[in-house]
Structure formats: C-alpha cells, structure tokens
Design a protein around this ligand. Structure first.
Ligand SMILES: [Zn+2]
Length: 135
C-alpha cells in the first residue's frame, strides 16, 4: 500500500511539473503578446546631440543624414531612414556599438552612440493605445 502511495505521489509531482511548465509558457507567450500590443509604431526620428535636439525627420521619408559631432565636426554617425525604420549605418566612433543596433521604428526605441553623445530616438503621436492595454 505504501509503495502505491509513493508512485501516486511522484505521478502527481510530474503532473505538477507539467502544469508549472505550461503556466510558465503561457506567461511567456502572454508577455510577448503584451509587448507586441503595447509597442506603438513611431512616426518621427529625433536626433539628439549631447542631450540637445539637433534635427528630426519623418519615418516616412527615406533619408541619409550625417550627424556631425565633436569640436570640429570631425565625428560622424550616418543616420539612415529606410522603409520606415531608422538605423546608423556608418560611424567612426571607437566602439562602433551604434552600428550594431537593429533598425528602430517603435516609440521609445533608441540608438545610442556614447562616444559621440548621439541619441537617435523614435517618437510618435500622443494617442497611445498601451495605456488602455495595461488596464
Ligand atoms: Zn557609435
């Protein structure tokens, strides 16, 4: 009798593990969906140099713009807007991290070039559906 109790217990334990795994999976999928739903497509690219807005472009136009920084404008980041996405395709900064960013298009997404103090940020309309989604 004791033996069967034990096997019943371990069966329950396996079932609990499966339920736990399923719950984690559901949470992960829900989280992904949540992120997708709350992501708002931006419409404007704002370039900030040392925290000061330097220029802005619409995401709808295809643009290639050289962001010049440094004392003699010797530091270059090339901002490219294409197919509604912004990215930095060329830069002469020492780390080159800004070139590794994936193209951005959602509100709040940024590309940062620390050595050049350049921030490329996506902004959008004030109408933000994510507030409704949270509630
Ligand atoms: Zn950089």
């Amino acid at each position: 009798m004791k033996k069967s109790d034990k096997s019943a217990f371990s069966k329950n334990k396996i079932r609990n593990d499966i339920i736990l795994a399923a719950v984690i999976l559901i949470i992960a999928v829900a989280g992904l969906l949540f992120v997708k739903l709350t992501k708002t497509q931006g419409n404007t690219v704002v370039v900030k140099i040392d925290g000061v807005k330097a220029v802005e472009y619409s995401l709808e136009e295809d643009v290639r713009y050289e962001i010049k920084t440094g004392k003699n404008n010797e530091d270059i980041n090339v901002l490219v807007i294409k197919d509604g996405k912004a990215s930095i395709t060329e830069a002469d900064c020492p780390d080159g991290i800004c070139k590794d960013y994936r193209p951005i298009s959602y509100v709040g997404e940024t590309i940062v070039c620390l050595p050049h103090k350049v921030v490329v940020e996506i902004t959008g309309d004030a109408t933000d559906i994510s507030l409704d989604a949270v509630v």
